[in-house]
Design a protein around this ligand. Sequence first.
Ligand SMILES: [Zn+2]
Length: 191
Amino acid sequence: MDNNNDTGLGKVVRRRELFAFAAAAATLMVPKWAQAAAQVRKPRPERVLSLYNLHTGESVKATYWADGKYLGSEMRSIWRVMRDHRTDETHPIDPDVFDLLFALQRKLRTSQPFQIVSGYRSPVTNAMLAEQSDGVANHSLHMVGKAVDVRIQGQAVRTIGRAALQLKQGGVGMYPRSNFVHVDVGPVRRW
Ligand SMILES: [Zn+2]
């Protein structure tokens, strides 16, 4: 404030201007969408996944994320369905894989469950599969819970693959003859 102003009037005006400026600045700092969001109470966001394992016939529908948090027990129920069915070993699956599937499901606008062709693979299983097929990497991301092979009823491999590529969240491999798409949360690449 200017102490040399002895009329007092200048101070008042200046203060008013300051208030107006502060109010304008506050409005500018909060984006329009956030102001709107604050006014309309939205239902709390959740992320839900439905999976069906083609080998075991087991299925799961889990709300693995809610109120800004990953939910441990729900995630474990997905790990179980994504386990190595050959050795019966369960391994943690990277939550990024769940988010990738969730994004994919939204992009495809489907409520059909993901059919799991291959989730976690133990080193023993992976070595066995690598011996049988050239398409199986020796150090597969399936072995660290960062990859999954899926299909969706009524969706072409190319459709799922293209949607996955657009997400740019990792690797995408399309296997039309075997009718599945490999997605992982490693570096972005395609084959
Ligand atoms: Zn795969």
